[in-house]
Design a protein around this ligand. Structure first.
Ligand SMILES: *[C@@H]1O[C@H](CO)[C@@H](O)[C@H](O)[C@H]1NC(C)=O
Ligand SMILES: *[C@@H]1O[C@H](CO)[C@@H](O)[C@H](O)[C@H]1NC(C)=O
Ligand SMILES: *[C@@H]1O[C@H](CO)[C@@H](O)[C@H](O)[C@H]1NC(C)=O
Ligand SMILES: *[C@@H]1O[C@H](CO)[C@@H](O)[C@H](O)[C@H]1NC(C)=O
Length: 416
């Protein structure tokens, strides 16, 4: 009998060792070796309820305070389930020396009671150095509850236009495997951030949802947005003032209004935009493809070194467009004074596909500051008119205040 017991213990021990060996093999290297062991802060431990109806705002906030105060490596975990929250602010500075991890596995749903929002932001990340957000979960802004109320569409500070995810003053961010769904306003704003990399995002809202821009970037340096799918009711990505060195790669956009630099020149003292690279992207059924837009009668600023390369257009209404006479709606137009935004060093390379409108390329630059140093190469855009026949017709281009250097095969032929 004694020998039997000992045997069982040994067998169990061997099993345990084997199982943990297997676990290491299956799930990659032991966590402790790859990165310092993280202390886990689970929102459930702070009273959050994954039932989709209990207000978990205070629990989220308390779990964040604990994570952010923790001086050692820390991870905030939002597990599976549906969590209902009002406005939440993940604000630093934090005490951690290493990046903070936020792992979202479940669904976070926004409260639809907009009277509780003090700003047009739902989830805010602010003043953090080192932020890792991932986990495969979803931020659901519950936009359909407010979209029909068009009353405050024109008010910038309107709470019912809350942005799903606002990143303000974040340095060294890694955002991945996150879904943003049906925001009340924009999906994501990146403002005042440095070294911000986002990939494998899924951004989704109906094509007719009002002003649901995908990713809106301003005043930020060294931003990468890659391998993401964006379907929404406004620009998939918009890059406005003060952005330097942004790369957008392997993004699929549609429905939506395309990938835009601008609008620029809306405000006084805007900072310039430099070094924009948009490559290997696909636009499907969008209103615009790749676009640079500036307001007429604008204060002076500049947009320099912008490259669009290797872009596929499927049934895109304005595949290539520079519009220096932009106005968002008839009411907001500023007459016909010239834009003072200087656009220079722009490349459109290897852009192919189809458009349902005759004019596939529009380049309307400012009469005061004609576009400088614009190169166009290897373009093949086919006009496929809407209709039962879908016969190919000849696309055309339109230019004003621009001289274009053309190389390679370019269809439609460009006005020089
Ligand atoms: C950005 O955040 C840091 C702390 O991480 C803070 O010291 C700094 O003042 C913030 N800058 C701005 C412009 O808010
Ligand atoms: C280009 O983008 C597509 C998705 O649109 C992706 O499947 C492909 O791997 C990308 N190619 C390169 C060279 O990155
Ligand atoms: C233009 O931007 C690209 C990134 O798209 C960068 O690699 C290059 O150095 C920039 N060129 C100049 C002249 O600044
Ligand atoms: C192409 O786009 C036009 C206008 O947006 C639309 O009417 C048409 O149905 C689309 N065609 C296809 C094949 O999706």
């Amino acid at each position: 009998m004694t020998t039997f017991k000992v045997d069982i213990k040994i067998v169990l021990l061997i099993c345990l060792v084997f199982v943990s060996f297997l676990a290491d093999q299956t799930f990659g290297h032991p966590v402790a070796v790859v990165k310092p062991l993280q202390t886990i802060f689970n929102v459930l431990a702070y009273g959050a309820k994954p039932d989709g109806k209990t207000d978990s705002t205070n629990a989220f906030q308390a779990a964040w305070e604990a994570t952010c105060k923790h001086p050692e490596p820390a991870r905030l975990v939002i597990p599976g389930g549906v969590f209902l929250v009002r406005q939440v602010k993940f604000e630093g500075p934090c005490n951690n020396k290493s990046p903070i991890y936020i792992q979202l596995r479940g669904i976070v749903k926004a409260s639809i009671d907009t009277s509780t929002y003090t700003e047009p932001e739902w989830i805010t990340f602010e003043k953090i150095v080192g932020l890792n957000l991932n986990g495969g979960g979803t931020f659901d802004g519950q936009g359909p509850a407010v979209w029909p109320k068009h009353d405050c569409m024109s008010q910038a500070k309107c709470a019912s236009r809350a942005i799903n995810l606002k990143f303000r003053n974040i340095t060294n961010a890694r955002i991945g495997r996150i879904t943003s769904k049906d925001p009340k306003g924009f999906h994501m704003c990146i403002n005042g951030c440095n070294n911000f990399r986002a990939k494998a995002l899924e951004i989704t809202a109906p094509g007719d949802s009002p002003n649901t821009d995908g990713i809106h970037v301003s005043h930020s340096n060294d931003v990468t947005i890659a391998k993401s799918v964006i379907s929404t009711g406004d620009d998939c990505i918009s890059i406005i003032q003060g952005v330097n060195r942004i790369k957008i790669a392997d993004v699929v956009c549609g429905p939506g209004h395309g990938i835009s630099v601008g609008s620029l020149g809306k405000y006084k003292n805007e900072e310039d935009v430099h070094d924009v690279l948009v490559k290997n992207c696909t636009l499907i059924g969008t209103k615009n493809g790749v676009r640079i837009k500036t307001w007429p009668d604008s204060p002076p600023s500049a947009a320099t070194n912008i490259t669009f390369t290797n872009i596929k257009m499927e049934n895109v209404t304005n595949p290539i467009i520079i519009d220096q006479n932009y106005c968002a709606s008839a009411k907001s137009c500023r007459g016909n004074k010239a834009s003072n935004v200087k656009i220079s060093q722009v490349k459109f390379n290897n852009i192919r596909g189809t458009t349902p409108t005759e004019c596939a390329v529009k380049m309307h630059c400012s009469p005061s500051f004609p576009c400088q140093n614009v190169q166009v190469s290897d373009i093949n855009l086919k006009y496929v008119p809407v209709g039962p026949t879908n016969i190919l017709a000849r696309a055309i281009s339109e230019c004003a205040n621009i001289r274009v250097a053309v190389a390679g095969f370019v269809i439609p032929p460009l006005c020089k």
